[in-house]
Design a protein around this ligand. Structure first.
Ligand SMILES: Cc1ncc(COP(=O)(O)O)c(C=O)c1O
Length: 454
């Protein structure tokens, strides 16, 4: 190890006294690949993050996705601090900014006629499932292996199962992704393999008439940015409609990241219910669940409970309005995606120059580098590739040279609008310098998972 980490190590030691495991979320722990210890952040600005030891990194984790404008974007700082200073942080009563924020989101996503705000993706995913069950009067939900919809008991199943527990391809096991989840909930779920139309049709043939909903990440971000095969989402849409199930698109990662209208806008598929979080508010804890008037009627009519003390608080709404305004500027997504594509292509070229096979999954604003000739298409496929991948060396070498990415290969590069062409050039210089070591690691069989995914 060359970069200083003494202060982070000392803070981690201290944090373990009063915080379970010394971290605020499992994804920040050494178990998730942050070695030798978690990075303790001092401050961040634009595309850069500075840790407690004074190391400044180009940040491609971007807070796990929300920071679409970068750290501390002036428009967001101004909107949130002025709202706090002049109006207050929280009323738990109605105010004018709610409708302004909701209208700005609906204007970007035609499938969302109405919405409710919340504070986390987990919570809004749980609500979407509840609304779908209330609307259809059915109990079961079809979900996909390797996808993540938050940690609630209702859906945190088969998120990242190991090869010895995931069961057969045709009938994947329905496996809780944590201890402590009531096993009876498993009876309400059907699990399918991502991106196989035949298996999707078989799942609908067997369970379609019992399904309240099918839920998916339209681009499987939590499996490493796996795009849907051509026609796959369209077929899912058709099957859901034919069987009277709602299509829930979890756009927590993709919403306002891959296109002005999210993955729905990019891929041309219309959801009945959509879950949004992360980039909706540029880094403030805001989420939303919304859809057609019909799908939201259970809430409108007061038949289904939806609440939350902090929902649509003025700071949240100010952040949404500012983020929609900034990301709605002409060319925002063209520039973001083009810069990300140049980065991805450059990483592939650097790897190939070192004699490695390489490709990228996803799109420019959420992608991953794979040391294979083509990207994986399903979770199982990704898992097989991770087992043979020198990614841990790639990640560790980047970190030593102050380029911060998520440790698991099933994570993503998440560039923001604050990343400059110079940041990309610098990252590619680093990549060219480290790729021979990555190639050596592969030749020496130093391969496998960096850390637990979730
Ligand atoms: C696709 C997806 N859905 C839901 C969630 C849960 O969101 P939160 O962490 O805000 O509860 C995440 C979080 O990473 C996510 O990536």
């Amino acid at each position: 190890m060359t970069r200083p980490m003494e202060r982070s190590a000392a803070l981690f030691e201290r944090a373990q006294q009063h915080m379970a495991g010394g971290v605020g979320s499992g994804t920040r722990s050494p178990r998730s690949g942050w070695r030798p210890c978690p990075i303790f952040v001092a401050s961040a600005s634009g595309s850069r993050i500075t840790d407690a030891d004074g190391n400044t990194y180009v940040d491609y984790q971007m807070g796990q996705g929300p920071l679409i404008l970068g750290h501390r974007h002036p428009a967001l700082v101004e909107a949130v601090s002025t709202t706090f200073a002049t109006r207050g942080s929280h009323f738990a009563l109605c105010h004018d900014l709610e409708e302004e924020a909701a209208a700005a989101v609906c204007a970007r996503m035609p499938s969302i006629e109405q919405l409710r705000f919340g504070s986390s993706g987990t919570e809004c995913a749980q609500y979407a499932l509840r609304f779908a069950r209330a609307t259809t009067g059915r109990q079961k939900v079809l979900r996909f292996e390797g996808q993540y919809h938050g940690w609630s008991d209702a859906i945190h199943w088969s998120a990242h199962p190991s090869a010895d527990t995931y069961g057969s391809l045709a009938s994947p096991s329905v496996a809780p992704s944590s201890t402590g989840i009531p096993l009876a909930v498993g009876d309400t779920l059907v699990v399918a393999t991502w991106n196989d139309v035949g298996l999707l049709e078989a799942a609908f043939a067997e369970h379609g008439d019992e399904l309240a909903a099918v839920i998916c990440e339209p681009i499987a971000g939590n499996a490493g940015g796996l795009l849907p095969a051509p026609g796959y989402l369209e077929r899912m849409r058709e099957l859901a409609t034919r069987h009277g199930a709602l299509l829930i698109l979890d756009e927590v990662l993709t919403g306002f990241r891959v296109h002005p209208g999210g993955a729905q806008g990019l891929l041309g598929v219309r959801a009945d219910l959509t879950i949004l979080a992360k980039a909706i508010a540029g880094g403030l804890p805001v989420a939303a669940v919304g859809g057609s008037r019909e799908a939201m009627a259970v809430v409108t009519e007061g038949r289904t409970m939806h609440g939350g003390t902090y929902n649509a608080n003025p700071l949240a709404c100010a952040a949404v309005i500012a983020t929609m305004r900034e990301t709605g500027k002409p060319g925002f997504y063209d520039d973001l995606l083009a810069r990300g594509r140049r980065l991805g292509d450059g990483l592939v070229a650097a790897a190939k120059d070192a004699g490695l096979e390489a490709c990228v999954s996803g799109v420019g604003s959420m992608f991953q580098l794979w040391f294979t000739t083509s990207p994986p298409t399903s979770y199982r496929d990704a898992l097989d590739r991770v087992a043979e991948s020198p990614f841990p060396t790639f990640h560790g070498e980047l970190l030593e040279r102050m380029v911060l990415t998520q440790p698991p290969q099933q994570g993503l590069f998440l560039p923001s609008a604050a990343h400059t062409e110079e940041d990309v050039d610098h990252t590619l210089d680093v990549a060219r310098a480290i790729m021979p070591r990555v190639a050596e690691a592969r030749a020496a069989g130093i391969v496998g998972a960096t850390g637990r995914v979730r």
